[in-house]
Design a protein around this ligand. Structure first.
Ligand code: AHR
Length: 516
């Protein structure tokens, strides 16, 4: 890579002054070449009727006297999620969405039909958390709701009536029903998923068949959102099923589509996922390998979309991503309850950097899932609540919400394990509407700290501060007994010389720098 005189001078000075070896690791940030905005919706979350995500996680019921709540929604959870600035929340699934009949979840609670959650644990739910409860909760969180409509076992009419119930302002059967249920004004829901995993739990369809079904459903999706516009998301591919994206993009007219989904879970092997906490370094390496695949997935799905949509009208929506391990010993296997360690912080930090860097096409993403399920940001146990390492990464990164993405180039050492290697470092950068620059760096190496020179071009820096998330062991995690073992701390491991920062990242750490 070419280095200009100033860079050579300051790099040499850093090496001389601080004895720093900058041999392999180098970031160049082109602060004057920003073009695309990092949509805050990349930082979205997902809340399925699965295990203790909704019941016990978000919602404890209006009559609960033990756990403080607002209309049945846990106050501790509301406070924590508001600090994250959750931009959108997907609901009610997941696989559950294609079994869900929204009319069973409205009106007086005593009259609501029950539902057996066939996908997740076979438990019977009382439908006490339904459309009104979810949409009111999104208002409390100041998050955009993202509703997943039932295509697999529902009907076009059922979905059209749901839209009328939540969005129609005038006189109509469903708007009147909403008023009877105590809500005068519509919620104006913009984000709608047309089915979920249509290739699997959503109906085992072929992409050709689903494309036709999608066209049929969206034909009856009335837009009462006024100037906001409906945002319709087609059920997307699983990981590297590029044919799925190809067929959808070919068969669905662009004017019928705002987003195409993609689901990618970092899992070692679906029949041997490995433990969430007592994992080996080999298992860590394998999970990071799967997580970093996101770069290739996003690039290749984007290339296919570019072919049919060169002007990028349609977004790539990664509405399920995260790590998937064995459930915690002794818990219901259908509830997908897993702990969350520094490994998950590495997974979150690198994945969010990938999304930031691809923000011209990736406009929305949803971590799976928000509470008590898979790579959760929050875990609860009755009245207790803890924040996970993933929560802290999401919070450290929220400085990137709606900021201008600054193009970066990266030269990095490898993280080696046996005969295999992965790039040790990951980076993204942005400039917010006050002109403040943020740089997020991750070192996934399990053993070695990494010093990296960050050459900032086109922006003069006067003052830098930083935060770091690190711990002694990769397996470290917060528990109900020790909830603050992993917490962001002030970071001082950098020196600035002539607009080049030398940053030393400890093993398996996430750093966010703020440069004024
Ligand atoms: O997030 C858990 C499940 O994973 C979702 O219900 C489904 O969409 C995916 O397979």
């Amino acid at each position: 890579m070419h280095m200009n005189n100033r860079s050579i001078f300051s790099t040499a000075l850093l090496i001389f002054t601080f004895g720093i070896s900058l041999a392999q690791n180098r970031v160049v940030i082109n602060a004057d070449l920003g073009r695309d905005t990092i949509s805050r919706h990349i930082y979205g979350h997902f809340s399925e009727h699965l295990g203790r995500c909704i019941y016990g996680g978000f919602y404890v019921g209006e009559n609960n006297t033990k756990i403080p709540h607002q209309k049945g929604v846990r106050k501790d959870v509301l406070t924590a999620l508001k600090e994250l600035k959750v931009p959108n929340l997907r609901w009610p699934g997941g696989c559950f969405a294609d079994t869900y009949h929204w009319k069973d979840g409205i009106g007086p609670k005593a009259d609501r039909a029950t539902i057996v959650n066939t996908w997740w644990g076979g438990v019977t739910e009382d439908n006490s958390f339904g459309t009104n409860e979810f949409l009111d909760m999104c208002e409390m969180l100041e998050a955009e709701p993202y509703l997943s409509a039932n295509v697999g076992s529902g009907t076009v009419q059922e979905m059209a009536e749901w839209i009328q119930y939540v969005n129609h302002d005038g006189v109509s059967p469903m708007a009147d029903l909403r008023r009877e249920n105590g809500r005068e004004k519509p919620w104006s829901v913009k984000y709608w998923g047309v089915g979920n995993e249509a290739w699997g739990c959503g109906g085992n369809m072929t992409p050709e068949y689903y494309s036709d079904i999608y066209r049929q459903y969206v034909t009856f999706m009335a837009d009462w959102t006024k100037s906001r516009g409906m945002y319709r998301i087609a059920s997307g591919a699983s990981s590297d099923d590029y044919n799925w994206t190809e067929v959808l993009m070919k068969n669905i007219p662009l004017k019928m589509l705002e987003g195409v989904a993609l689901h990618h879970y970092s899992v070692i092997d679906w029949s041997a996922k490995g433990p969430a906490t007592a994992f080996s370094e080999k298992q860590y390496f394998e999970i990071m390998d799967r997580a970093l695949e996101m770069e290739e997935l996003v690039t290749r799905h984007t290339n296919i979309m570019d072919k049919y949509d060169p002007h990028k009208r349609v977004d790539l929506v990664v509405d399920e991503w995260g790590g998937w391990y064995d459930v915690e010993p002794g818990t219901n296997p259908g509830f997908l309850y897993q702990q969350n360690t520094m490994r998950d912080a590495m997974l979150a930090g690198t994945t969010l950097n990938i999304f930031n860097n691809h923000c011209d096409r990736v406009k929305m993403a949803n971590l799976a899932q928000a509470i008590n399920v898979l790579q959760a940001v929050i875990l609860t146990d009755e009245e207790k609540m803890i924040l996970t390492p993933t929560y802290h990464v999401m919070k450290m990164y929220n400085v990137h919400h709606d900021a201008l993405m600054l193009p970066v180039s990266l030269e990095t050492d490898d993280y080696r394990f046996g005969d295999n290697n992965l790039p040790a470092l990951s980076v993204s950068a942005s400039s917010d509407n006050m002109g403040v620059m943020h740089i997020s760096l991750v070192n996934i190496d399990a053993h070695q700290s990494k010093t990296v020179s960050v050459d900032i071009r086109g922006h003069n820096i006067n003052r830098e501060t930083g935060q770091i998330l690190k711990s002694d062991k990769l397996q470290d995690h917060n528990t109900f007994e020790n909830p603050d073992l992993i917490n962001p701390q002030d970071f001082k491991g950098f020196k600035m010389m002539e607009n080049v920062l030398a940053v030393t990242l400890p093993p398996f750490s996430v750093v966010v720098l703020e440069c004024n």
